[in-house]
Design a protein around this ligand. Structure first.
Ligand code: 2DT
Length: 212
């Protein structure tokens, strides 16, 4: 019943502020899904391993200065350069758990004062996620967790603006999880949301593109 050959994987995106727990929750989720025999990979944007990713990485480390629009377009290009592989994986039945995607792209650049619509434009045509999970945390609480490094953007004032932008971007389809719950409880919610999403995609829901 839709579980056989030809069923596609799901594109599941995790978003949230720095220190919201996205990275550890997504790697635990992937281990869980693998254990259930689900073909799955964890991805992360920016993908710093490409040459565009290298430019982004230097910018984030404050080793390179770039115009706000130029760096925005590099983040977007870093998703575009992975688009065909993403589509191939999904069509071959592999689900992708993606730590940050276009919403980070818009929320962070718009926090510098760029218009939301301008920020959204280069993302148009990328594969739309089947589910966006937002790990919700107040910027003040995230800052208390410590571990902000020396990267650009890792400052409370900036994170407040990013948080406001995420709230503007979110719609009723986003799954919001309170990032201050115990880690186990977050993981439990995430697992059930992911399984439900993956099952739904297997039964024939077509891929679509941004923006929905
Ligand atoms: P990580 O610490 O998660 O590697 O992110 N960012 C990310 C953007 O400004 N635009 C984007 O399109 C993406 C994907 C978020 C590094 C920083 O880069 C920001 C934090």
């Amino acid at each position: 019943s839709g579980h056989g050959e030809g069923s596609r994987g799901s594109l599941i995106v995790l978003e949230g502020l720095d220190r919201s727990g996205k990275t550890s929750q997504s790697s635990r989720l992937v281990s869980f899904l693998e254990g259930r025999g689900v073909p799955v990979e964890t991805w992360h944007f920016p993908d710093r391993r490409t040459s565009i990713g290298g430019m982004i990485s230097s910018y984030l480390a404050n080793n390179a200065q770039l115009d706000d629009r130029a760096i925005h377009l590099l983040f977007s290009a870093n998703r575009w350069e992975k688009r065909s592989l993403m589509e191939a994986k999904l069509k071959s039945g592999t689900s992708l758990i993606v730590d940050r995607y276009s919403y980070s792209g818009v929320a962070f650049s718009a926090a510098k004062g760029l218009a939301i619509e301008w920020c959204k434009a280069p993302e148009e045509g990328l594969i739309a996620p089947d589910m966006v999970v937002y790990l919700d945390i107040l910027p003040e609480r995230a800052a208390e967790r410590g571990g902000y490094g020396n990267e650009r953007y890792e400052q409370l004032e900036f994170q407040r603006k990013v948080s406001d932008n995420y709230h503007d971007l979110s719609d009723s389809t986003w799954k919001i999880i309170d990032a201050c719950l115990p880690e186990e409880d977050i993981q439990t919610q995430l697992r059930s949301l992911a399984l439900e999403c993956i099952t739904g995609c297997r039964s024939g829901k077509p891929l679509s593109t941004l923006w929905l």
